[in-house]
Design a protein around this ligand. Structure first.
Ligand code: TTP
Ligand code: MG
Length: 391
């Protein structure tokens, strides 16, 4: 296939509504309408409600008239962010290159995945099955040789669809109506129709100069899209931060409690400072102890609330150290904070929030809200990291 990429685009079906239906079995198969948080506008509607004419952006009052028997639910953004994270985590098992595109959409570059190379549809079906079995949610997937084609494809068979663009990708694209192009506004579509352009193939034949005359710079973009051209890479925004640590070899091997105490404070300060700079807090503080013979042990303590202040970290580090120390000389000390508040791929919700820092903060808030609501455990299931694991 000569370097042809395998790009997957995943879009959750009726996302907010499906999350609520998964959480409330009694609502499954029924019309469910999710209203924007604190707003009387429909955020999304289950496919059952869509059949009755309910759609995103409609005033809730209108939706009530169309579907009086529907369950109306105020949206809970934190819950959906959490769910979104879980989906990204699953995609992450199939490729290190996962790019969140919105709260319920993501791209993954599966080019390096042997299963996907052998049979992209089988791989996509496995992803769909995993999401359904784990979270009771369905999604629609498109696969093509670039992000544009994959995105167009994922929208072809909704809900619970899978569309693998056939070998003649351009032919396939050109036979679709112009509305199939992502981001094509109603006005643009209307204008194209008036000009006799209804299919993407018609658009691809247009001279760039004409399209630029009609739509300005967007004209060029439109033409490139119509030709199925897109070489943008799938870009994971950043790898989630798992922990922050610092270690220090003592100037000389020492068994002086005061020196050790001081070193722990110093390390806690360095770690705390970096934590705060990242807008992070952690629940687990670990201390690494290396003896003069290079024997190394790590002892950790996980606390109830999150910590990020020097004193908090230092206090826990000292407790851990002195609980485990039997007076031997010490060669090296390390302090590490993990179980971070924003350490999950949710931080990479591109398009949802304007920048990484803000996204992390929003995520932390969302996670905080979840914790308030469902208790500590919901936030980090199975997160007992083996700290300073010796490999
Ligand atoms: P979409 O993917 O556009 O919609 P959807 O997932 O609900 O339905 P589909 O099966 O057609 O993909 O948007 C994802 C989520 O974003 C949606 O569940 C709710 C939220 N949303 C809003 O809050 N307001 C809006 O106007 C839209 C379009 C979406
Ligand atoms: Mg969706």
């Amino acid at each position: 296939m000569g370097g042809r990429r395998i790009i997957l685009h995943l879009d959750m079906d009726a996302f907010f509504a499906s999350v609520e239906q998964a959480a409330h079995p009694g609502w499954r198969g029924k019309p469910v309408v999710i209203c924007g948080e604190g707003r009387s506008v429909v955020a999304t509607a289950s496919y059952e409600a869509r059949k009755l004419g309910v759609k995103s952006g409609q005033p809730a009052g209108e939706a009530k008239k169309l579907a009086p028997e529907a369950v109306f639910v105020p949206g809970n953004h934190g819950k959906y962010v959490w769910s979104s994270l879980n989906i990204l985590e699953i995609l992450g098992k199939y490729s290190p290159l996962v790019e969140p595109h919105s709260i319920d959409e993501a791209f993954a570059d599966l080019s390096g995945n042997p299963e996907a190379s052998a049979d992209p549809a089988a791989c996509a079906n496995r992803i769909k099955r995993e999401i359904r079995e784990k979270f009771g949610l369905t999604c629609s997937i498109g696969i093509g040789s670039n992000k544009l084609l994959a995105k167009v494809a994922s929208d072809r068979q909704k809900p619970d669809g899978l569309t693998v663009v056939p070998a003649d990708e351009t032919g396939w694209l050109h036979a679709l109506p112009v509305e199939a192009l992502p981001g094509l506004g109603e006005k643009t579509a209307a204008y194209l129709h008036e000009s006799g352009i209804t299919m993407i193939g018609d658009l691809a034949l247009m001279q760039e100069a004409v399209l630029v005359q009609w739509f300005g710079r967007n004209g060029s973009v439109l033409r490139r899209m119509a030709r199925g051209e897109d070489d943008a890479p799938v870009q994971p925004e950043f790898s989630p931060l798992k922990s922050i640590s610092q270690e220090w070899t003592m100037p000389r091997d020492t068994d002086e409690a005061e020196l050790i105490s001081g070193a722990l404070l110093w390390l806690a300060r360095l770690v705390g400072r970096r934590l705060r700079a990242e807008g992070q807090e952690g629940r687990t503080v670990a201390v690494k102890i290396r003896y003069p013979d290079f024997r190394t042990v790590t002892r950790a303590q996980t606390v109830q609330g999150y910590v990020c202040l020097d004193d908090e970290i230092c206090k826990i580090a000292r407790e851990v150290f002195f609980r485990n120390w039997r007076g031997e000389k010490i060669r090296l000390l390390g302090v590490k904070v993990s179980n971070l508040s924003g350490n999950s791929p949710a931080c990479t919700q591109a398009g949802l929030w304007p920048d990484a820092r803000e996204r992390r903060r929003d995520l932390a808030r969302a996670v905080d809200r979840l914790r308030d609501k469902y208790g500590e455990d919901i936030v980090r299931p199975g997160s007992n990291l083996a700290l300073f694991k010796k490999v």
